[in-house]
Design a protein around this ligand. Structure first.
Ligand code: HEM
Length: 208
C-alpha cells in the first residue's frame, strides 16, 4: 500500500525541517529585536513573490482556498508595528522567481510547496508566544505572522491536508515531495545563507 501524500511530505522533508529549525534557532532566549526584524524582512522577501508564484499555478476553483492562506500581509503588518514605518515592507528585496524560488509547474508542485508554509503555522504556535515574551510585544503587534491562524491553526491545517489529498493526483506525489524539499532548501538559502547546504541546491551534473 503506497504511503499517503501527507505522510510522504512529512517523512521525506523531516531532515530539511530540522536543519532549518536549527539554523533559525528562534526559540533561543537571547533573540533580539533588530535580529527579529531583519528575519521578518527576509521572510517577507520570500513569501511575497512565493505567493504570486503559487497563485499563478492554482486552478481558479482553489482561488479562495489559497487567498485565505496568504501571509505576506501579516509580515508587512508586523514590520510596520515593530519599526513604526508603515511602508517598511515596500523596501525589502524580493526573492527572484527563477533563481530563488522552487519551480512551480503543476498542482503537485504547488501543494508540495504550500505544505511547507502551512506546516510552519504549527511551529508558529510555539514561536509566536516565545517571541512576544522575549521582545515584550503587545498581542498581535509584531508576531502576527508566526501566530498565523491563531485559534484556527488546527482546523486550517486539517482543511489544508484534506484539500491537498483531494487535489493532487497520485502520479504527482513525487513532484509534490520534490517541491516541498526544494521549498525548504530555497527558504533556508534565502533566510540563512551561511548555514545552507549548497551541495543540495546545485543540480547534479547532467540533471535537467
Ligand atoms: C524555530 C523554528 C521552528 C520550530 C520551533 C518549529 C517547530 C515545529 C513543531 C513543534 C511542529 C509540529 C507541531 C504539531 O505537530 O503540532 C512543526 C511542524 C511543521 N513545521 Fe516547523 N518549526 C519551526 C520552523 C519551521 C519553518 C520555518 C517551517 C517552514 C517554513 C516549518 C515547517 C513545518 C512543517 C511543514 C510542519 C508539519 C510537519 C507535519 O506534521 O507534516 N517549521 N514545526
Amino acid at each position: 500500500m503506497p504511503l499517503d501524500l501527507l505522510s510522504r511530505l512529512k517523512n521525506e522533508s523531516a531532515a530539511c525541517h530540522t536543519r532549518l529549525e536549527n539554523a533559525l534557532d528562534l526559540m533561543r532566549d537571547d533573540l533580539d529585536r533588530d535580529e527579529y526584524i531583519a528575519l521578518l524582512e527576509r521572510f517577507y522577501g520570500y513569501v511575497a513573490p512565493w505567493e504570486a508564484a503559487v497563485a499563478a499555478c492554482m486552478p481558479a476553483s482553489l482561488g479562495n482556498f489559497f487567498d485565505a492562506r496568504r501571509k505576506a500581509q501579516l509580515l508587512a503588518a508586523d514590520l510596520a508595528a515593530l519599526t513604526g514605518e508603515t511602508q517598511r515592507s515596500a523596501c525589502v528585496p524580493h526573492a527572484d522567481s527563477h533563481d530563488d524560488l522552487p519551480r512551480m509547474r503543476n498542482i503537485g508542485d504547488a501543494f508540495g510547496s504550500m505544505y511547507v508554509m502551512e506546516g510552519s503555522t504549527l511551529g508558529g504556535r510555539f514561536i509566536a508566544p516565545h517571541v512576544a515574551e522575549r521582545l515584550d510585544l503587545a498581542p498581535g503587534r509584531g508576531n502576527a505572522y508566526f501566530d498565523g491562524y491563531g485559534a484556527r491553526t488546527g482546523s486550517m491545517w486539517n482543511a489544508f491536508r484534506e484539500t491537498a489529498t483531494a487535489s493532487v493526483p497520485e502520479h504527482q506525489y513525487d513532484d509534490a515531495v520534490k517541491a516541498a524539499i526544494a521549498t525548504f532548501e530555497s527558504l533556508h538559502a534565502w533566510l540563512c545563507p551561511d548555514s545552507a547546504d549548497v551541495r543540495l541546491l546545485q543540480p547534479a551534473a547532467g540533471a535537467v
